[in-house]
Design a protein around this ligand. Structure first.
Ligand code: URA
Length: 234
């Protein structure tokens, strides 16, 4: 694949912009500046440096963001900044999208990808992937609320009650809730239906993959094969 196509596929701009990036001497491969946009490379193993930042060719992007509060999961946000403001611009250019949405005030584990099948697999209502949330509640938790969440609560507009896979109190005001669906404001609505109120919400885990403690709030990282395998378990 020639260098122009490699850079284009990775979201570094239009074909013309990618040609210019190379011609302007901003792309280094194996320690030497490459100024020929038509130079041929095996993309599978290719790493390149653009303006000092190193990248590896990836057929698809699988990304994890530790989402802070105050960011919308949309490329055209209404009232806040977009989570794309926290990511390198080439991700949006190559068609990366959020894998399901978190509310602007929800924090924690957010996946993004440009692999349509992956996005579908993790957002389809048919594929029931467990998602673990930690909700800080306004009122103290009690067994009546926890039993209601485990037994199923009826949400406005839903034909039948929705039950949490697991619900337990880590402390008086800290609820760990595992749900399979990804309905609009689902956790907040379930907790409200059980007679309490969510004051803060954090997603900790999807499938068998937990948000790494080492990833700072607002920071992102690539997902590797082991992470993707963990996502599919649990
Ligand atoms: N449930 C909610 O209520 N909000 C989220 O952001 C995610 C799950």
């Amino acid at each position: 694949m020639n260098l122009e196509r490699v850079l284009f596929s990775q979201g570094f701009g239009s074909r013309r912009q990618c040609r210019a990036l190379v011609a302007d001497g901003r792309v280094t491969i194996e320690g030497s500046v490459c100024t020929d946009p038509d130079a041929d490379f095996d993309p599978g193993t290719l790493t390149f440096v653009i303006d000092g930042a190193a990248w590896r060719y990836r057929e698809h992007a699988y990304i994890l963001l530790n989402k802070p509060a105050g960011y919308e999961c949309s490329r055209e946000p209404q009232h806040h900044l977009s989570v794309f403001n926290l990511l390198p611009p080439q991700f949006a250019t190559r068609g990366v999208q959020c894998v399901g949405r978190l509310d602007q005030d929800t924090t924690g584990l957010l996946l993004l990808s440009d692999d349509g099948q992956f996005v579908h697999a993790f957002t389809s209502p048919k594929r029931k992937v467990p998602k673990v949330y930690l909700a800080t509640t306004r009122h103290p938790l009690d067994d009546v609320q926890l039993d209601a969440l485990r037994g199923g609560v009826l949400l406005h507009g839903e034909p039948k009650p929705i039950a949490a896979v697991a619900a337990h109190a880590r402390s008086d005001h800290a609820l760990e809730l595992t749900v399979l669906e990804g309905k609009y404001h689902q956790v907040k609505r379930m907790v409200a239906a059980a007679g309490n109120r969510v004051e803060a919400l954090h997603r900790e885990r999807i499938g068998g993959f937990a948000l790494p403690a080492t990833l700072a709030e607002g920071a992102w990282q690539w997902l590797d094969e082991a992470d993707l395998a963990a996502l599919r378990t649990g």
